[in-house]
Design a protein around this ligand. Structure first.
Ligand code: ADP
Ligand code: MG
Length: 293
């Protein structure tokens, strides 16, 4: 391709809401055959809302939300913000935790009102040998079957309740995935969330291939594995936990609504956070390069 054609393509990209790091990026865009999509914040809005508080037998529901909210107040995760906001709305001021730790891809842990509190995936509780009683396990499974994420709250070594949160699919996601398919790309969903929720969201938007329960540091390995199979991989993400995978992909695309870390790691930014712009980018590169080659 001539430099002039590539520059024209880059300028056209800006008009379409696509920021391209350098003209050479269009070359790799054209060869892509697989598009890996992060779930939270990419396919979905990432704006979680608290839908339900389900206490264990004998535990007050208020206490589940209050202690969890106090811890989540220190985390920037979309789930954490939904829980902290609901708790602050109900109780006003929340106690400041005596200690706080973030466990990437799993949840948060700390001490609130002298109690050792965990909020997060079941695997976070398992790390502390805390088991989920049958009633909570049943409630969790039915929330997940409905496409919701159920976070477990525990204190003093016992599971005390569930907080059910949900995140809506972006109205543009299904259309974007239809466009990827018509361009001959295979869409793949990649998420740290559990398999049931991941399959539910994938079904809603028309994705058949799903990698779920992938820890943040392992997302890059999924991209590498696809490349080892001979795929030319585009990755779209928004989070700090997507940065390594964005850098590893043949083409990294960041949501303009996402974190700076993701944007820096990517080759291309979708300014409006609209997945359809990724299809525009691929069409643009094929057109730009197709006319000259
Ligand atoms: P994604 O890959 O969809 O962006 P993450 O890797 O950030 O998701 O998180 C994976 C899972 O870990 C979440 O679905 C949730 O169950 C749990 N989790 C992570 N952070 C938190 C938190 N601060 N509070 C509660 N649960 C959390
Ligand atoms: Mg994300």
């Amino acid at each position: 391709a001539t430099p002039t054609a590539l520059l024209v393509g880059t300028g056209r990209g800006a008009q379409l809401g696509i920021l391209i790091k350098g003209p050479e990026v269009l070359e790799s865009t054209r060869k892509v055959d697989t598009i890996v999509l992060d779930k939270t914040g990419t396919v979905t809005t990432g704006k979680m809302a608290l839908l339900d508080v389900i206490p264990a037998d004998g535990t007050p529901a208020d206490e589940v939300l209050r202690l969890a909210g106090a811890l989540e107040n220190s985390s920037e995760h979309p789930i954490a913000q939904a829980i902290a906001k609901a708790a602050a709305g109900q109780f006003g001021a929340l106690p400041a935790p005596e200690s706080f730790g973030n466990v990437e891809g799993k949840g948060v842990q700390g001490i609130v009102d002298g109690r050792g509190v965990l909020v997060g995936r079941e695997s976070l509780l398992a790390d502390w040998s805390v088991r989920l009683p049958a009633d909570l396990a049943t409630a969790k499974a039915s929330a997940e079957a409905a496409g919701r994420t159920a976070v477990v709250v525990s204190w003093d070594g016992e599971a005390r309740g569930l907080l059910v949160v949900a995140d809506a699919v972006k109205p543009t996601s299904a259309e974007a995935i239809r466009q990827f398919k018509s361009l001959g790309l295979v869409p793949v969903l990649l998420t740290g969330d559990n398999r049931t929720v991941a399959e539910q969201i994938a079904g809603e938007v028309g994705i058949e291939q799903v990698f779920a329960e992938v820890m943040p540091q392992d997302k890059v390995d999924v991209v590498r594995r696809l490349q080892d199979e001979g795929k030319v991989v585009a990755m779209v993400g928004d989070g700090v936990n997507d940065a390594a995978a964005l850098a590893q992909a043949d083409l990294g695309l960041a949501m303009g609504t996402g974190t700076d870390v993701a944007i820096e790691a990517a080759d291309l930014t979708l300014v409006r956070g609209d997945l359809r712009s990724a299809a525009d980018a691929i069409r643009l590169s094929r057109r730009t390069l197709g006319t000259i080659k």
